[in-house]
Design a protein. Structure first.
Length: 293
């Protein structure tokens, strides 16, 4: 088994200038593969609402849903640094609720930390969670839980004032105790400026190549989510195509009588078939009984 990924491990990687790798994950079989590939950080993202449950946004996702997914991922990936994504309304209502909900990720799913969306307004939450011993990854730029405020899935920080706000928010979150910050869908210049000023790992999802690490949503990079593809996604596979091909081949095999073949059938034990025929000959079938009447 590999060395467990911890915050000091991530800080060392950053200090050495080695990129930190991160993917989302929602289930056990995918977690097994990510562990095998030795991904540094796994995010059990509330994007599960869109990629797995088919909702049009992440807003319907609840803590109970997230805990179930985080537990499954932890079972498959014991070595990765596991982050539970705080879903909508799990940390916005009060600091107390935020601590209780973040604590559930740690206690019930053995997460290593949590992620929450938002800038300076959430500094008190970050401070309280950190004080409770819960590592927090901030999330700035495009924050999907604020979709209604942002007017859709749009890149952020594209003008100077908005970019400056992202840079300032990152400094505020770091000061409040965040151990890392995720930057989503901002120009690479903003990613570079935030990373240059920060003393903690800055992870990019659509924030360009200058950050300390990169994140992609697993269903996007595997070609397993068709609703839309953000500009920042690189597809490394076409799972949709592969799976559809497999389904069609199965349907055709069944229709043509090619499946199941002898290799998919359980043989009777030696000599038992003859005995079965004898037994059946002795006990009249219901059809024979019917004919006799
Ligand atoms: O839920 C998630 O997967 C995320 C990413 C979009 C960054 O928060």
């Amino acid at each position: 088994m590999r060395e467990k990924v911890t915050i000091p491990y991530l800080l060392d990687k950053r200090a050495r200038g080695e990129p930190i790798t991160m993917l989302t994950c929602y289930d056990y079989p995918m977690a097994l593969l990510q562990e095998k590939a030795q991904i540094d950080i796994i995010l059990v993202g509330d994007s599960v609402g869109m990629t797995v449950y088919g909702y049009p946004s992440t807003l319907p996702v609840t803590m109970d849903m997230m805990i179930g997914h985080a537990q499954a991922v932890r079972r498959g990936a014991p070595g990765a640094f596991l982050i539970g994504d705080m879903p909508y309304l799990s940390y916005q209502v009060s600091v107390e609720e935020a601590v209780r909900n973040a604590g559930r990720f740690m206690r019930e799913a053995a997460c290593d930390g949590v992620k929450l969306e938002g800038g300076r307004a959430f500094a008190p939450v970050v401070r309280a969670l950190t004080a409770a011993g819960i590592p927090v990854m901030g999330h700035l730029g495009l924050t999907p839980q604020s979709l209604a405020m942002l007017g859709g899935f749009r890149a952020q920080g594209r003008d100077a004032a908005a970019a400056a706000r992202v840079v300032e928010d990152a400094a505020v979150l770091e000061e409040a105790g965040a151990f890392a910050i995720l930057l989503e869908a901002v120009p690479p210049e903003v990613g570079r400026e935030v990373t240059r000023r920060a003393g903690i790992p800055i992870i990019s999802i659509g924030a360009g190549p200058h950050c300390d690490g990169q994140l992609l949503i697993v269903h996007d990079m595997l070609g397993f989510f068709e609703a839309f593809t953000p500009r920042f996604v690189k597809k490394y596979a076409d799972l949709n195509g592969l799976i559809l091909e497999a389904f069609r081949a199965y349907l055709e095999d069944v229709r043509q009588g090619r499946f199941p073949g002898p290799e998919h059938c359980y043989p009777m034990k030696q000599g038992e078939l003859e005995k079965l025929h004898e037994l059946l000959a002795a006990s009249p079938s219901p059809q024979k009984e019917e004919k006799r009447k």
